[in-house]
Design a protein. Sequence first.
Length: 155
Amino acid sequence: MTVVRDRGLSYDVLVRSHQLDQAVDLAERFPELPQVLNHAGKPDIARHELADWRHQVQRLAAHEQVVCKLSGLITEADHDSWTTADIRPVWDILITAFGPDRLMFGSDWPVANLAGGWNRWAATVDELLTDCSQNEIHALLAGTATAFYRLPGCR
């Protein structure tokens, strides 16, 4: 990790919910290394078991160098019957823990096709964003990723 940090790179963390404590350890050991939690740490949406995941995500969000990618959630829900209501508790936890300036949208395409596909996921995110300001929407859909990955500015 020191080589990654010393070269000015970032690190994408892909863990399942039961591995989030290792992600917290990584954030504690390398506070200068920008990190993104992919797929929000894969919460167990299908079984509605979010308590442990919530606790670990809150611990991880306490580290300012960590941002979270809002992606891969529909494949953690029941592939055949999930609704926005199943995703909303995860959304609420993430928006509270990280805030819109440390959340970034991701599609998880083509894996999302297993649970409804791109259009359904995009419509779900659009619904989740209805209570957000234009600045928050911009941060979540473009600004956070642009800043984190040091991309040229988008308009």
